[in-house]
Write a protein that binds this ligand. Structure first.
Ligand code: AQP
Length: 331
């Protein structure tokens, strides 16, 4: 049976949040099965589309790789690597830029959101971010891309680029599919529940970070914004804060929404917040301790990342040379 490849990445623009974990990273480990090979990268080239402190970016890149190992990325079944260690990402990205239209990039909602947040730095990299992401995916002949809901549009443009290229030059790329969880595909901010939870949010109370200890997690959930309805019901439109807490509770306890609503019947928001915090603490605490163990083992981390990049490059070089040949720039 031919193995289906999986690719995903995460920017080292902060610490993994509860949103990143349930929307994407948790599924990365679940997808590591016999019939698949997975490529997971720390997307540091994507991270510089927003200004970063260089020393901090290097530190966060390493730390992110340790977090991914702690979340279950298994180097025996996956190649874990740093995006910039595989130069073919940038090389393929340039070729794909020439097969992508300004009009389609202008429709990307993440570009609109991020330009609004970084008005003084609307750079071309922010605009062509989806093309680099298409290169990430297409280099590894990926059939599946496990991502949160906010990245769906970017996987769709990668599909469009792949189909366009295949139509022009014959079968070259595998056309990828996004894998987005039904529950947890879009976890909302604890401070402004109509916005998605983001690791680079300047307000640390808006997100649960992977490195938060038990006291901090409890404190952040207790401060979570709810509403004045005073009734625990699942109404994402009218009660987004409560709906977000209920979804997180279901994800971390395995209960269905009906079971959760029955469980909280007649209870107040204080009870809901404590119960959600306890469920999250139970899952995240052992992962945080594993992360600290990996982070301290510099030699192991170095070996894993070097091996991961080597493995990724083997396929990346093959795909790039096929593409160069097709467009007529191969040697
Ligand atoms: N709130 C979220 N709910 C569910 N999934 C989410 N993801 C991000 N936020 C949520 C998913 O996490 C993966 C890694 O994200 P990324 O690093 O590629 O960047 P992002 O999508 O822009 O995530 P952030 O946390 O909001 O980063 P910053 O703050 O740097 O912009 C992706 O699969 C994403 O869908």
């Amino acid at each position: 049976m031919e193995k289906k490849n999986v690719l995903s990445g995460i920017q080292p623009s902060g610490v993994i949040t509860l949103g990143n974990y349930v929307g994407a990273v948790r599924n990365w480990s679940l997808l590591q099965q016999e019939d698949r090979f997975c490529y997971y990268c720390v997307a540091n080239l994507h991270a510089i589309t927003v200004r970063q402190d260089p020393t901090e970016l290097k530190r966060r890149t390493r730390a992110m790789a340790a977090m991914l190992l702690a979340c279950g990325v298994d180097p025996k079944r996956s190649a874990l690597f740093i995006q910039s260690d595989v130069p073919e990402h940038s090389q393929l990205s340039w070729v794909l830029n020439c097969y992508t239209y300004m009009g389609e990039l202008s429709r990307m909602t993440q570009f609109k959101d991020k330009s609004a947040k970084n008005e003084d730095n609307i750079n071309a990299g922010l605009f062509t971010y989806p093309v680099l992401m298409a290169a990430d995916i297409l280099l590894y002949r990926s059939s599946f891309v496990p991502v949160g809901h906010d990245q769906k549009q970017h996987v769709e443009i990668a599909r469009d680029i792949a189909i366009r290229f295949n139509n022009a030059f014959g079968e070259t790329f595998v056309v990828p599919e996004p894998l987005i969880p039904n529950l947890g595909g879009r976890v909302m901010s604890l401070a402004e529940p109509t916005k998605k939870m983001s690791k680079s949010d300047p307000n640390p109370n808006a997100f649960i970070a992977f490195t938060d200890d038990q006291k901090t997690i409890m404190k952040k959930f207790k401060r979570a914004v709810t509403d004045s309805e005073g009734c625990i019901a699942y109404n994402p439109q009218t009660q987004p804060g409560v709906a977000n807490l209920l979804s997180i509770f279901c994800i971390f306890t395995g209960k269905t929404m009906d079971e959760a609503l029955a469980y909280f019947e007649g209870q107040g928001y204080g009870h809901l917040k404590t119960a959600v915090a306890e469920a999250v603490i139970e899952t995240l605490t052992p992962l945080r301790l594993e992360y600290e163990r990996y982070l301290a083992d510099e030699v192991y981390m170095e070996t894993i990342l070097r091996e991961g990049a080597k493995q990724a490059r083997t396929l990346a070089q093959k795909t790039l040379s096929l593409v160069y040949d097709k467009v007529g720039i191969g040697i």
